[in-house]
Design a protein around this ligand. Sequence first.
Ligand code: F58
Length: 842
Amino acid sequence: MTPKVAHESESKGTHGAQIDHERARSSREADGIAREVIDNLRYLLAKLPHHATRNDWYMALAYAVRKRMLDGYIATVEQVSAPDTSTKIVAYLSAEFLTGPHLGNGLVNLGLWDAAREAMSSLGHDLANVIDQEEEPGLGNGGLGRLAACYMDSLSSLNVAAVGYGIRYEFGIFDQVIRDGWQDEVTDKWLRFGNPWEIVHSDVTYDVQFGGTTRQSVGADGRLRVDWLPAKAVKGVAYDTPVPGYRTSTTNMLRLWKAEAIESFNFDAFNVGDYYGAVEEKVLSETISKVLYPNDEPAAGRRLRLAQQYFMVSCSLQDMVRLHLMRGKRLEEFHEYWAVQLNDTHPAIAVAELMRLLVDEHLLEWEQAWDITQQTCAYTNHTLLPEALEKWPVSLFGTLLPRHLEIVYEINRRFLDEVRRLHPGEDQLARRLSLIDEDGDRYVRMAHLATVGSHAINGVAALHTDLLKQTVLRDFHQFAPRKFLNVTNGVTPRRWIALSNPALSSLITRHIGDRWVAATEHEFHRLEPLAVDPGFQHEWREVKAANKQALAEFIKDRAALEVDVQSLFDVQVKRLHEYKRQHLNVLHLITLYNRLKRTRGAATMTPRTVIFGGKAAPGYRMAKLIIKLITAVADVINRDAVTSRVLKVVFVPDFNVKVGQRIYPAADLSEQISTAGKEASGTGNMKFAMNGAVTIGTLDGANVEIREEVGPQNFFLFGLNEAEVGQTRAQGYSPRRVYEQDDELREAIDLIGDGFFSDGDRDLFRPLVDSMLDRDDYMVLADYRSYVDCQQQVGEAYANRSQWTAMSILNTARVGRFSSDRSIREYCRDIWQVTPLIASRG
Ligand code: F58
């Protein structure tokens, strides 16, 4: 069960019965919680207990838990707003926060799990079942959005005052359904049953302007002024969700903006009888926060997305300025009180918006405003893939944000002047550094804007930061090397171990105590001596077996397939992308199939259940075709009497945070098989390893550091490294030659190409086969032999139970470094220069 900590008993106040009553109702005891759940059913949901649905019970408990979170929030606000504090607040700006469901996590962090379970059971309900009712807010695509959520958890857990600023999308990432083996997208209506976690602040709103023109004038003081005469405006309304720390009094807010029309009716239109015209404006305004963009590459050109980005940034910065002035501080000292982290380039327009607010609205001098902006902002890069680097056509940018385009030009003019002063005559250098891409059509390069406007730029794993400095931001690095640093990603052990793997948590706690939940990096090492202890090994295996059994039941329910829980659970769950190479995994499956068929099942092979999950961007045809290939190969293997005895393949539909919480704890083998140099960090790799899965992987992203930590004997390495990928290409790599020279590879690819998995249809998978044979941009064929041979070693290692268990335990014991607490401490120390609030345990 989840670890418990004692809580300090509160000293009795002197404010009489009223307060006593309130105390009793904010009880941490089961009977107090149960009473409040019943009250909530009655007064918030207007339901009798025997009429209440499962959703009603969930809502009633959620409100009770939220109330306890708000006690922490009020205490945090009190601390931050005290007149004598100089607390610097972290503003984490992100277009995505993939939080996952809140109830279970809230109970873990507040230490209310057991009390809530007892309370619900006294009311005749199973807590797990109530928790499962919650629909997760899918307000992110994948790793980047989930990272933001892990960081919010760590910020609160480390008592750092912070606000997460983002967008309250009405529709998040689509729900994936599999029809006839293909992905279909269904709208994510996450708000349909209500959202008990958010608090709408109808009084915290800002106008955000778009379009129009600018006008210059000279004031009486002789100073140049620029006025923006916008064509339209929308209103952003604050929706707050509390983010409680783990057993601390600190509770921060995730503040998400919803777009609304400034006037819900255009009365001019209404008066002349154009009712629909009047409503249209409202609809258009609300469109801005309607839907999350799925990560369709390439990133160029979508006007609504730029509008979303500016909408979120403008609301957030206006909010910061308001709070700053409310605290009685001067704008000249803004950077001493706010650290703004740009989560990728999506909020990079903040650089220009902060300049506009300081210079145009608050009349600071340009130089001073620029100094404040740079000292306030910092930028995290999450990708090197050229197609994912954001750039906006100058014309689009200028139409939507005419004043910001002028500001970008002015930033660029001053910056390039400096470049030319330091590097006279180097025109090409200035061209490459420019915020404006002038090779062909003109674009605003958002990564350049973020880099120039920030005092710190970080990559998300050591290898990624090195490559960033050598490739995408090479010239910037040479120009200002000290601005660059690495902060390797991390994931929160609260959600990804304590909540999702209670059996493992209690086993660990029984042996090393419960301090690991908040001090994972330090405490997990204490498991190392237990790695070879037969008794501990036995318990470890029992936990894994139970988790696998639970996943098997889930798979039966969601994918109608029976799997062997004794078999090796070999898992690849992540977004579908060619660089992540799910199709390399498929080639291995076909190879196993062929070996089994050739020997009529006599080939000795470790039984495996190969599990896939992940969404493809709706417009990414190749990724969708790979899903079809996985399901087609699964059909053949699972139906075949010979192969299905030792091999099962399953595609778990609709992979999301909730599904992840069931999958990571049950994995034996973690597939981290991207082409070296392409995966910036990866964070699933960390979640798997923490839960005792052993990795098969390339030297990519954080895999490199995971392998360093767990030791090469406890990591299955294969494939070309990043330098070798480059060399192989440079030497005229021919995938077709590789195909011709490897019999097993040729056999596997030919089966796909000949229509064996598509009822004889030779065209279906042709684009995939051709792309591998003709170009193989992601070096699938180059790494095939190394991968398949490495998988053979995995199978053999798994057959040795005690050796495998030791590897599994050592993986958990040695990956404490990948707790997001460690990452956040580094951000605090190296980038934000913030110190924690005075901690008190909640
Ligand atoms: C991911 N990026 C990286 N982007 O791919 C992964 O290696 C890394 O671990 C993670 O960030 C966290 O640093 C990512 O998830 C997106 O989802 C973008 C969202 C907006 C559209 C373009 C993709």
